[in-house]
Design a protein around this ligand. Structure first.
Ligand SMILES: NC(=O)c1ccc[n+]([C@@H]2O[C@H](COP(=O)([O-])OP(=O)(O)OC[C@H]3O[C@@H](n4cnc5c(N)ncnc54)[C@H](OP(=O)(O)O)[C@@H]3O)[C@@H](O)[C@H]2O)c1
Length: 241
């Protein structure tokens, strides 16, 4: 069931930066990064994949569908803390890697290698935050507040517009806010020049936003609480701030 893939594109997430930053000599060898696209070069016995197939590794190799059945399914994210602790899940920043085909997913032709390589961590997280866990709070015209213009937030912006939501997005940069508006954001708030950006989002949404995707954590939660409506939802995703 195992195949070898040649890596053709890899994408960076915030976690990759954190893992490398806190890397200690005792943790070597360590291969960072979880997200890539590769082309199958060799197949073991009993595989459904064939040479030439383009694939992405799953971020969590032991969790392929549905809700995770037990905490062990969430262990071993590629190129993550488990590898730092000497575990078996080294990352993808290498030329070739070997994996069981159950931990890989085929990529449709309409996505380039670089595009598809951004999906496993940031893309699937954003999709889950807006659909699996929040759809009961969101209908066309509902308002969502996104924080910063990183990978997760920009995926959320694009999925939110596809769901016909109103998007308020924050950034430390007016130029990035303009770019976010070009991508469909309805309103932008500079969180550097407007320290009360949660209250501003509340005003802009006429009684509070329906969902906040909070990627900041401790440093942004009070602002998320200022912004959200009674009965709304705050998705706790990250710890940037
Ligand atoms: N729970 C999960 O499954 C999961 C999955 C993926 C990611 N995460 C977490 O989600 C967070 C975002 O990940 P990412 O990969 O999207 O990050 P990223 O691409 O590195 O995003 C960086 C951006 O975040 C914004 N930012 C930084 N500090 C901020 C602050 N104090 N307040 C508001 N925004 C701030 C900045 O936007 P501007 O430049 O526009 O200011 C920055 O450019 C991370 O903490 C990551 O670990 C969790």
């Amino acid at each position: 069931g195992h195949v070898e893939i040649a890596v053709r594109a890899a994408s960076l997430n915030f976690r990759d930066v954190v893992h490398v930053k806190y890397l200690k000599e005792k943790n070597l060898p360590f291969i960072p990064c979880s997200d890539c696209v590769g082309i199958v070069t060799r197949c073991g016995r009993n595989t459904n994949l064939k040479p030439g197939d383009r694939v992405c590794p799953l971020f969590f190799p032991h969790w392929d569908t549905g809700r995770p059945s037990n905490p062990l399914a969430l262990r071993g994210a590629l190129g993550g803390a488990n590898a730092l602790e000497g575990g078996m899940t080294q990352g993808v920043l290498r030329e070739r890697l070997e994996a069981h085909e159950k931990t890989l997913i085929k990529i449709p032709d309409y996505l380039t290698d670089a595009e598809a390589s951004t999906l496993p961590c940031a893309g699937v997280t954003a999709w889950s935050a807006l659909t699996d866990f929040s759809l009961d709070k969101l209908k066309p015209g509902s308002t969502i507040l996104l924080q910063g213009t990183g990978g997760v937030s920009l995926f959320c912006l694009q999925f939110a517009k596809a769901l016909q939501l109103k998007v308020i997005i924050t950034s430390s940069s007016d130029a990035k806010l303009k770019r976010a508006k070009d991508l469909g954001a309805d309103a932008g708030i500079n969180y550097r020049t407007n320290a009360k950006w949660g209250k501003e989002a509340y005003k802009l949404s006429n009684g509070g936003v329906d969902v906040v995707v909070d990627v900041g954590g401790a440093g942004t939660l009070t602002h998320a609480l200022d912004a959200v409506r009674v009965g709304g939802r705050i998705m706790m995703v990250g710890n940037l701030a």
